[in-house]
Design a protein around this ligand. Structure first.
Ligand code: CA
Length: 480
C-alpha cells in the first residue's frame, strides 16, 4: 500500500512537472531553444552524369569537393529518374509524383504551382524554405520564403536572376553567382531557431557548356579518352537509337558550338566525330570544375558556421547524360547513362561515412525522404517512398526490386517510351516509330549493346517482365 501511495505521489509529481514543461515550451522554444530537426541543403546541377564524378570512378575528370560528400556520407549506386529530362525531373522531385500526375510530362508544360509540393509541406511544418538558381518550370516558384531564380534556361555569363519576383541583371559567372546567393541566404538565417530547406540548383553543366575564365584552359594539353561504346553500330537495336539528332558530330556542332566557327575541313567522318567529342567534353568538364569549386565553398561555409553537424547535404543532378556513350550526347533515353542520377548524401548524425548502397532509389522518393527526416507526415497521394532506412544502411527486405520509367516527349527524333528496370534486366517499349521492344541483361551486358528481345530462350522472362511492367503501371495510376 505504501508502495502504491509513493508511486502515485511520484506519478503526480511527474505529471505536474510535465505540465509545467509543456506550458513553458511554446515560449521557451520561440525564444531560445533551436529546432533540432535537420536542415536540408539540396544541391542539384543540370545534366551532370555520375560518370563525370570521381567518387563514381570517373575516367574523364576529378571532382574533389563533390567527393567530400561521398567520403563523409553515402554514395547511392542505383539512383534513377522516372523521366529523363529537365523540367519533368524537377516536377517529380517537387511533388513526389510521376509526370502524368504532376502535369509536367515534357519541357513545354507550365508547372501548376497551386498543387501540393515538398517546399509547401516543409513550410507548413515550420521550415524556412528557399530556392536559388535554375527553376525551369515556367510558372513562378510557390512554397518558398525566398527565391532567386534564372529565367528559363538562364545565361552562363552576366545572367538575369529573378529575386522574389523582381528581375536583376548580374555581372559574373552563373555558378559563382548562384553560390553567392545561396551563401548570402544561409548567412541571413544566422541564429534562426527554425530549420531550413534550401534548393541550390546550378544551371551548369547544361548545354551550351560555356566555361568561366578560370577553367577555360583546363584540359587544353590533353585528350579526353573516348568511352568504350563511342563507335556503337546499333546492331540489334530498334530504329530509335539510330534515327535521331543527338549524336556526337556535325549536327551537335551546329546546334551548340556555332560560336567557335566551323569544323576544320579535310577530316574523315570518324575524325570529325572525335574532334567534336573533344570540344564537347572539355567544355562540359570545365563547367563541372566550376560547380565542384563552388560546392567546396558551400561545404567550407557549413563547417565554419557550425552547420555541418545538423545539416543533410545532398548532391544530385536532374538526370544522367551521355558523354559520347553509344556515340551520343544528351539524355531522354531509358539507357543507363541517361537514366542514372548521381546521388550523394551526408548527415553526420545518421549516415555512415564512405558508405554505399546498390538499393534502387528514385527522384520520385526525394520528397518522402526529406519529409521523413523533417519528422513530418507524408501525404498518402505522394508516390515515392522514404529511403532514410537505406541511407542508414538498414535497407528493408521489402525494398523495391524494379522501377518504372516513362518518357513522354517527342523531340529531336526521340519519341515516347516506357519500360521496367530490375536489378538484372531492362525492358524498353518504344511507343513511337517502329514501336519496337528492347531487352538487356545488365549483368552480362552493362553497356546495353545486345538487344536480346528476339531470342526464343527469353520468352518466359519477357512475359514475366511485361506482367511486372503492367503491375507498376497500375500501381502508379498510368492510364495511357
Ligand atoms: Ca537536365
Amino acid at each position: 500500500m505504501s508502495y502504491s501511495k509513493k508511486t502515485r505521489r511520484s506519478f503526480l509529481r511527474t505529471i505536474g512537472l510535465s505540465a509545467i514543461v509543456l506550458a513553458a515550451t511554446p515560449f521557451s522554444r520561440a525564444a531560445t531553444i533551436p529546432d533540432k530537426r535537420p536542415n536540408i541543403l539540396f544541391i542539384m546541377s543540370d545534366d551532370h552524369a555520375s560518370h563525370a564524378i570521381s567518387a563514381y570512378g570517373s575516367k574523364v575528370n576529378k571532382t574533389p569537393n563533390i567527393d567530400r560528400i561521398a567520403k563523409e556520407g553515402m554514395r547511392f549506386d542505383n539512383c534513377f529518374c522516372t523521366n529523363s529530362i529537365c523540367s519533368p525531373s524537377r516536377a517529380v522531385i517537387l511533388t513526389g509524383k510521376y509526370s502524368h500526375l504532376n502535369g509536367v510530362v515534357d519541357n513545354l508544360v507550365k508547372f501548376d504551382g497551386s498543387q501540393q509540393t515538398l517546399p509547401k509541406l516543409l513550410q507548413q511544418a515550420g521550415y524556412k524554405t528557399a530556392i536559388v538558381g535554375k527553376w525551369h518550370l515556367k510558372s513562378q516558384p510557390t512554397g518558398f520564403h525566398y527565391s532567386n531564380i534564372l529565367p528559363g534556361q538562364g545565361a552562363y555569363h552576366n545572367p538575369v536572376m529573378i529575386e522574389n519576383g523582381k528581375s536583376k541583371k548580374h555581372t559574373g559567372y552563373v555558378t559563382d553567382l548562384i553560390t553567392d546567393s545561396a551563401l548570402n541566404w544561409l548567412r541571413k538565417q544566422g541564429s534562426s531557431t527554425e530549420p531550413f530547406f534550401l534548393m541550390l540548383h546550378h544551371k551548369a553543366p547544361h548545354a551550351n557548356w560555356e566555361p568561366d575564365k578560370k577553367h577555360m584552359k583546363m584540359y587544353s594539353d590533353k585528350d579526353i579518352p573516348l568511352p568504350t561504346t563511342f563507335n556503337d553500330d546499333y546492331e540489334n537495336r530498334t530504329s530509335q537509337i539510330k534515327n535521331h539528332m543527338l549524336h556526337v558530330g556535325p549536327t551537335q556542332w551546329k546546334l551548340h558550338f556555332k560560336r567557335f566557327g566551323s569544323i576544320p575541313e579535310g577530316l574523315t567522318e570518324q575524325q570529325t566525330r572525335e574532334w567534336v567529342y573533344q570540344k564537347y567534353m572539355k567544355n562540359y568538364l570545365r563547367c563541372i570544375a566550376s560547380v565542384d569549386d563552388n560546392i567546396g565553398r558551400v561545404l567550407d561555409y557549413l563547417d565554419q558556421s557550425g552547420l555541418s553537424k545538423n545539416t543533410i547535404v545532398v548532391y544530385t543532378s536532374d538526370q544522367g547524360f551521355f558523354l559520347g556513350d553509344h556515340g551520343l550526347y544528351d539524355k531522354r533515353f531509358m539507357y543507363e547513362h541517361s537514366l542514372r542520377m548521381p546521388l550523394l548524401m551526408r548527415y553526420p548524425k545518421h549516415i555512415e561515412p564512405a558508405s554505399t548502397t546498390d538499393a534502387m532509389v528514385l527522384n520520385l522518393d526525394f520528397a518522402s525522404t526529406f519529409l521523413d527526416y523533417a519528422n513530418t507526415p507524408i501525404p498518402a497521394d505522394i508516390q515515392g517512398r522514404s529511403f532514410t532506412s537505406v541511407a542508414h544502411c538498414r535497407t528493408p527486405e521489402n525494398w523495391r526490386s524494379a522501377m518504372y520509367y516513362r518518357f513522354h516527349e517527342e523531340a529531336y527524333g526521340i519519341g515516347p517510351h516506357e519500360g521496367i528496370r530490375t536489378g538484372r534486366h531492362k525492358l524498353i517499349h518504344f511507343l513511337y516509330g517502329d514501336m519496337g521492344w528492347e531487352l538487356y541483361n545488365l549483368d552480362k551486358d552493362p553497356n546495353e549493346l545486345q538487344n536480346i528481345y528476339a531470342l526464343a530462350e527469353n520468352r518466359k522472362l519477357i512475359k514475366d517482365l511485361k506482367a511486372a511492367l503492367a503491375s507498376l503501371r497500375s500501381k502508379y495510376k498510368v492510364t495511357q
